[in-house]
Write a protein that binds this ligand. Structure first.
Ligand SMILES: [Zn+2]
Length: 438
């Protein structure tokens, strides 16, 4: 009865369901259920008895399977991003191509064909697997230079595909053989080379490259909310008076994955915090309008993270908060010490990065690692062991795993993403929003 009246109501309104004019698509690279759960405990106010909910809890609507077209069920970022950008499953390593290495149309390209404004934001280099799968077509994610070339070479209506690109990557865009930044300037793009200059951007098109490859981890950055800052500026720029045809933006929290590959929980939580702040900014934008959809998902989960390990029933976010540097930075600081180093120097180096009190036995393991011929790998093992035992964090892999990821949505037609879906379905549902935009 209810369905019948609803159908009548829809046909009375012209038979078409309202479509979203603007699409904000956010991807937390490597952001599994364990990452969002850990973040809830990490972000919790310890002064209140309840565990406060997060923006992820507010927006959760469904799950997605992430398997690629290969004979494995574990995807990489390229195959998964290709599924999310095009609705087509491909092989691990594929950038915007199908299993026959043929280019597939992406959401960003379709949006541009329809005259929409388009943007990509990442903290990796902007030609890394996830953004690349929206922007280019290449048989391998490792062909970084070819992918960067494609950003300037593959035109739609005589213009580059993206009106706004923010992230890292000068090593690939300013090379001896080719200066792609200059080429974008010739296309009329404004260019900035530092995140601190973000406010200098006042109109599109624009390109911002803030690091040689990936940007520094949030935990090692002056501005720890860099995805949030780029999201805020992007929405300001996209929401101009010229935005008659709507916009499509893909925003990636790229380094949730990188920290998890390193089994670095403190690094991971700062990336999650940045991404959560970016989502809040996007949500506020969607909340004050009635023409935009925000969809958030992950390409896969990374690290096999567990909150609790070794039969011990506890996970301690407080210990995680005691770190102010990523493992990469802590390791490189220790690597600079001589082979023979006193315990005092070990402790002096430690306290530069963490307020976690370590035992003499733990300091001695670091001291021994310094003297080992396998210095770097030993150091990493010992440092991960220290943070894992203090927080009781478990990791089962330095790679990805095949668990489903979550899907979050709000705004116009957010209900379409309810329940379980294939990752390709997410793209297909977003393509349908685009179809009615012309
Ligand atoms: Zn990864």
């Amino acid at each position: 009865m209810l369905i019948t009246s609803l159908t009548l109501l829809i046909s009375a309104c012209g038979g078409e369901e309202k479509k979203a004019k603007n699409i904000i698509f956010m991807i937390g690279d490597g952001m599994g259920v364990s990452q969002t759960t850990a973040y809830r405990y990490y972000a919790d106010d310890p002064k209140t008895p309840d565990v406060e909910t997060t923006v992820f809890d507010e927006l959760l609507v469904g799950t997605a399977s992430t398997y690629p077209a290969d004979d494995t069920v574990v995807t990489d970022s390229a195959a998964s991003a290709t599924a999310l950008s095009s609705g087509i499953k491909s092989y691990n390593g594929a950038i915007g191509v199908d299993v026959d290495k043929k280019p597939v149309l992406t959401l960003l390209e379709r949006a541009k064909q329809l005259g929409m404004t388009t943007a990509i934001v990442a903290t990796s280099q902007i030609n890394h697997a996830t953004p690349a799968s929206f922007m280019a077509h290449n048989e391998s994610r490792r062909n970084y230079n070819e992918i960067a070339d494609a950003y300037a070479d593959e035109l739609i209506n005589d213009k580059p595909k993206a009106d706004l690109m923010l992230g890292g990557g000068t090593d690939y865009f300013i090379r001896d053989d080719r200066n792609i930044v200059d080429e974008f300037k010739a296309f009329g793009y404004h260019y900035i080379d530092s995140l601190s200059k973000l406010n200098e951007l006042s109109e599109l098109p624009a390109l911002g490259l803030f690091a040689p490859t990936g940007m520094p981890h949030a935990i090692d950055s002056d501005n720890q909310h860099r995805v949030a800052a780029m999201t805020k500026k992007s929405l300001e720029l996209l929401d101009s008076e010229d935005n008659k045809n709507g916009f499509f933006i893909m925003i990636e929290g790229s380094q949730i994955d990188w920290c998890a590959h390193n089994n670095d929980i403190a690094c991971s939580m700062k990336e999650m915090d940045d991404f959560a702040h970016a989502i809040k900014i996007a949500k506020e934008y969607v909340d004050r309008r009635d023409d935009t959809i925000l969809v958030i998902t992950a390409d896969h989960t990374t690290g096999g993270l567990s909150l609790g390990a070794n039969g011990d029933y506890r996970w301690e976010a407080a210990a995680v908060k005691k770190f102010s540097s990523s493992l990469n930075i802590i390791i490189s600081d220790f690597m600079a010490l001589p082979k023979t180093t006193t315990l005092d120097v070990v402790l002096e180096t430690w306290v530069k990065h963490s307020t976690l009190a370590i035992s003499e036995a733990q300091a001695t393991t670091i001291q021994k690692a310094l003297a080992s011929p396998l210095k770097q790998s030993k150091l990493k093992k010992e440092l991960v062991a220290i943070i894992n035992s203090a927080s009781n964090t478990g990791w089962t892999t330095g790679g990805h795993s095949a668990e489903d990821v979550q899907v979050f949505a709000t705004g116009v037609n957010a209900h379409l993403f309810n329940g379980h879906q294939n990752n390709t379905d997410i793209a297909k549902k977003l393509f349908k929003q685009l179809q009615n935009n012309n």
